[in-house]
Design a protein around this ligand. Sequence first.
Ligand code: NAD
Length: 403
Amino acid sequence: MLFCSVARRENRRITSYVTVFVKLPLLLTPLTYIHVGNAATGQKSAPESRKCGRAKYKFSHLLTRFDMLILTASDIRDMARHVGLEHFIKKATKALKQDFSRWSSFHLSPRHATYYPQGVIELMPCTDNKFYTFKYVNGHPGNIRNGKLSVAAIGQISDAGSGYPLMLCDMTLLTAIRTAATSVLAASYLARSDAKSLAVIGTGAQVEFQTIAFAGHYALETVRYYDIDSLTMSKFARNLVNQPFELKPCGSIAEALHGADVVTTATAAKHRQTLFTIQDISPGTHINAIGGDCPGKTELPAELLRQVKLVVEYTPQSLIEGEIQQGDAGLIHAELAELVCGTKIGRDNDREITLFDSVGFALEDFSILRIAYKLATEFKFGTEIAMLPEADDPKDLFGFLAS
Ligand SMILES: NC(=O)c1ccc[n+]([C@@H]2O[C@H](COP(=O)([O-])OP(=O)(O)OC[C@H]3O[C@@H](n4cnc5c(N)ncnc54)[C@H](O)[C@@H]3O)[C@@H](O)[C@H]2O)c1
């Protein structure tokens, strides 16, 4: 260890070789996962009875790092351009499916939310005994008036074995990507596979990502869209020019819903809204509701929840934050993990109306963080920094002051 630290200061490359040598035996250790409950709340993870897989990480060698990787929004933008946004979303969807299929490997808990008159700030931790991740995220609908994002986020992935941080990064873009990927994952169980028409209500920051994700999964012919802000509608059209589907701006929600196979609602308003009722949509529609994600912030009427097949991410959190806050757990058909693990079925006929009541769950951030970390190290994006004190003697932290 002492040799490592000294060499590091003089020559980073030597340190890397020595570190790989010292840690090589760790790489040969088979990965094992244990089921852990929520120590803070006494809450158990999902039932053991669910069919769940195991993680197959292919980049354990990265745990040999001592430095921490910093990935800014610009780095993530460059990385997304490098791999292609659609490909990035597909990778995220695949990672989400892998992680949701091993639901009981994770320590799950509702997020810790602090509410303000203007919005909310949330901490979202998740761990599978190999990696520990968390996201810090806000939701301030009024920010737009001051030229700030409604939703901005920062996240971290750490090596659970040592507790050492591996990467700290912007998660604003990653949140949009993972939310879009989660929407498509849920739709793959809940929407009709021949869906051709998407309606989008609210065309703010999230929605191009949502649209590109759906277009990557379904042969979309038309995207009809509406927002109360006409400038935001123009921005949406500008950003999605040259896509292989037809964009149809609409003058009302009802017009946007006309003939829609899938409806995405992504409005930000800190109150209860009724964007539409069941009478406004056709049999067989799938509703992907992502905008209602806080107590008192909903997009759909309570009676609609009784008329649809309703799926949530994580019941304890959704009951507080989702559309389902207007109802009760008895109205929930399944959690997304149950569809992925095959213990409950999604859509079972072409006429039923399905609803994914999405609020955003920490496991989704876990999945996107591990993908972002893998891509950043593979394609060398970001900056390595020595964030933590590198004391020659780990018991001599005081000595680090003088070094
Ligand atoms: N479920 C999740 O995982 C998840 C993830 C990210 C964001 N969100 C939520 O999704 C929502 C959208 O996020 P964003 O970053 O795009 O916000 P944003 O502020 O950029 O965009 C929201 C848009 O909704 C429009 N709007 C508000 N009320 C409307 C109405 N009645 N009809 C039509 N349009 C209306 C606004 O004009 C605005 O353009 C927010 O509520 C956010 O909290 C959820």
